[in-house]
Each structure stands twice: as C-alpha cells, then as structure tokens.
Design a protein around this ligand. Structure first.
Ligand SMILES: *Cc1c(COP(=O)(O)O)cnc(C)c1O
Length: 438
C-alpha cells in the first residue's frame, strides 16, 4: 500500500478538519471528483468501478443522463426547489406517477407520506404511526437488523457498536431471531409465535414488527419467502402491524421494485429512501395503508420534506419500471455475480465461506471475518469500491448500480476474483501453516 501512496491524492484536509466520525473515506483513501453510472474518478484521474452504489442510494447510477437532463431543465426554468410540504407541480407529478407506475400495477393501496428525506426519518414515522394506531409501545425487530441512526430507529437496530453511540438506554424494542439465525433447521417464525402467545414468555404484543427482507447492513441475510409469509400471518392474527423497511432493498435492489414482491406479502407500512430519489438526492417515503393513515396534520414534520429536485429525479427514475426488460436485466446481472462468487469459492476450497444475498446485493461471508475487509482493501487497490457488512464486518458485499453495463460488471468481477487470488497468495506466504489451498 505504502508504495502506492504517492500516486494517491492527499487525505490531509479531511484528516485535519473533518470529525473523527467519518468512516467510508478511511476505506477508500482517495479524493473522488467525477462519476458516471458505475464508474468514479479521483482527482488524479484514476478510474474506479463502483460496487457500492452509495450503499444503495445510486441504483440508477451516478449522473444518470436522462435524470440529469430533467434536473437541469427544472433548474433552468426556475422550478421550486424547497417547499416544505406545500403542493408543487413536481410533487404532483411524482405522486401520480408513483401511484400509476408502481402501486397500481402491483395491486397495492397506500397513502404516500413524505417524512424527512432520510431512511431513518421514514422508520421513525412508521413506528410512530404504528404506536398511534395500536396504542401499544413495543416494536419487534430482528437480530442483525439495521433501521437507522436516530434514537427510535437505533432502538430497533441490532449492532452493538452503533447502539453504544446513542449514549442512552434504547427502549421499546424486542429482538427476535431473524430467519436462519440458528441455522436452517430452526423455524424462528414458530419461535416468535410461541413467545407471543405464551403468557409466561415476558414478551408483549407489540405495535409492530419491523423487518428487512434482506439485511443489507447486518450481513446480507436473506429471509425466505415462506418465513416472510409466516411473519405476516402471525402479525395479522394478532393485529400487529407489519412494517417492511425497504430503504435499502427497495427500488429494485433485490430484483423487483419492492423487495417483498416475490413473497407476495402486503405490509401495512413500507419505508423507502436511498434510491427513491433517483439521482442520489435525499428523499424518503412512508407508505401507509389508507385505514391507518390517522395522522393529525403536522404531527410528524420536517423542513426538508419538500425536496423538489428529489421529486423530479424520482419521477424520471420510475421510467425504468415501465421497461419490461428492466427486471430481467437485473436478474441476468445477479446471475453473473452469483456465478462469479461461486467460482471464487471453488478456486479456494480451503476458505471457509458462504455466498449470501439476493439480486444485485450479494457477497461472501467469511468464517474468518478479517478476510472480508482484506478482500475489500485488495480490491480497492485494483480500483474497485466495495464494502463490508455484518456484525463482525465479515461479509464482502457487491452492490453495483442496477444500470451497470454488463461488460463493466464482468470486468469488475474479474478484478475482485484477482484480488481474492492475491489475498490468498499472500496469506499462504505469511502463514503457510494455515494450509489454505489456492
Ligand atoms: C440505510 C438504511 C436506513 C437509514 O437510512 P438513512 O438515510 O441513513 O437514515 C434504514 N434502514 C435500512 C434498511 C437502511 O439500509
């Protein structure tokens, strides 16, 4: 790494002026300047392939040209950019298009709420409305869940390190084991059902159950469709509201617009953010079944709910979902990733690891957690942006923009395989007694 340092832009300004809280820039130690779809360039002109996609906020790529043009046009005609929750033409267009292109064709009936423009805002509002509707306080969440960093969302987040950052007790959340937590032989939905019905379990009937269909930050654990349907049934039978946090897995990440479409469930509340803004612009939605939309005006508020550039970009991005070839394209790319990861493990049978995830969020979970970040570091040296996931950062995760060119995806996957080979070679050199076969 040290011999490559000189050719990389200096991080000095960030180290000197920016808070210690910064994180991604510590893994990706360069200064980025330009970006186009799935490629980024730093200030030295070095090219990177983006297998991170803004943690899922850039499903339609960097500087998507169609969306960019709409934004430029809107700015040039002095379109309103900030509007609290006043009615604007940009919002009207978005609401109609979301209704007609996304909800209606899927037979979904939701009122659309604009919370503050981040995922955690959507989760906070979802929990509030569930409590208001049911009059209960508890929320059931799952092991390794990630729902955001503000206190309410953090209560329902599993990660110990992140929870500690709160500095206060994080109440009102009960954690249940996610699908597969004890391995495939234990049905964790049945476990949860028993606890809910047992007057001796100490578990109260909650206002809501909140879940991710694939745990993006929590290690790419993917719930099975049957498990999701079981959880839905358990909720229905006890008047518990079901919240799907689709902040990261929504907008096509798993292959369909909503990540729960394959399972055929019908959540009471859906949280969307990250890629809903189309262009990496801040925006969030909370979708609420009409009968539960019992907010009083202004009861949940926020200055930046009317980010009209977000609405303009979001409206345009929905066009992808009119194209009947978009989902098959995602599926083809997902298969390419799966095959590449399988090949990686096949070539290194001595590595104890498994493939996780779904659609365009897949990765390798290593039994030896350090290998995941070492792989990411090795890949970054070769110009790939990819991150780790999981409570021990044990998963090396690949999540390119959905719009990545097939050829670039192939090239990036080849580089990741090379990075893996290099990492294993070095391991063998430094510790031959490990007997890792390559
Ligand atoms: C990123 C994320 C959030 C939080 O979104 P922010 O915009 O960072 O507040 C919540 N839930 C899930 C599943 C996420 O991936």
């Amino acid at each position: 790494m040290s011999n490559q340092k000189q050719e990389q832009p200096s991080m000095q300004v960030f180290e000197q002026l920016e808070s210690e809280v910064r994180s991604y820039c510590r893994s990706f130690t360069t200064v980025f300047h330009k970006a186009q779809n799935a490629r980024l360039w730093d200030t030295n002109g070095k090219e990177y392939i983006d297998f991170f996609a803004g943690a899922g906020a850039l499903n339609y790529g960097h500087n998507n040209s169609g969306i960019k043009q709409k934004l430029i046009d809107y700015l040039l005609e002095d379109g309103v950019t900030h509007s609290l929750d006043m009615a604007t033409q940009a919002k009207e267009t978005f609401l109609s298009r979301f209704q007609n292109l996304i909800l209606k064709p899927r037979g979904l009936d939701y009122k659309i709420m604009f919370p503050g423009p981040t995922g955690t805002n959507s989760v906070e509002s979802a929990m509030k409305i569930a409590r208001k509707v049911t009059g209960r306080t508890e929320i059931i969440s799952f092991t390794n869940a990630f729902h955001g960093m503000s206190l309410g969302s953090l209560s329902a987040t599993g990660n110990q390190f992140k929870r500690k950052g709160a500095g206060v007790y994080l109440p009102y959340a009960t954690f249940m084991p996610y699908d597969g937590y004890f391995g495939q032989s234990v049905n964790t939905a049945a476990y949860m059902e028993k606890l809910l019905d047992d007057p001796g379990s100490g578990v109260e009937i909650p206002a809501a159950v909140i879940l991710e269909t694939v745990q993006g930050e929590g290690g790419l654990n993917a719930a099975s469709d049957e498990w999701l349907r079981e959880i839905e049934r358990i909720c229905r039978e006890r008047d518990i509201m079901l919240i799907v946090d689709d902040v990261q897995m929504g907008c096509g990440r798993t292959g369909t617009f909503f990540s729960f479409e394959d399972a055929g469930i019908n959540p009471d509340i859906v949280c969307l953010s990250k890629s809903i803004g189309g262009f990496g612009l801040p925006m969030a939605l909370t979708l609420i079944k009409p009968e539960y939309d019992i907010w009083n005006p202004g009861e949940h508020n926020g200055t930046f709910r009317g980010n009209n550039l977000g609405f303009v970009a979001a409206s345009e991005a929905l066009d992808y979902w009119v194209d009947s070839d978009f989902e098959p394209q995602i599926a083809r790319k997902a298969n390419m990733i799966r095959r590449s990861l399988e090949q990686m493990l096949l070539v290194h049978p001595g590595v104890d690891a498994e493939i996780r995830g779904k659609g365009l969020i897949q990765g390798i979970a290593f039994a030896e957690p350090e290998l995941a970040s070492e792989l990411c570091t090795e890949a970054f040296k070769r110009g790939i942006i990819m991150e780790t996931s999981g409570p021990r950062d044990e998963v090396a995760k690949l999540m390119p923009p959905l719009t990545i060119e097939q050829e670039l995806l192939e090239r990036g996957l080849r580089v990741v395989r090379e990075a893996m080979n290099e990492m294993m070679e070095q391991k063998q050199k430094s510790a031959p007694e490990l007997q890792l076969q390559t």
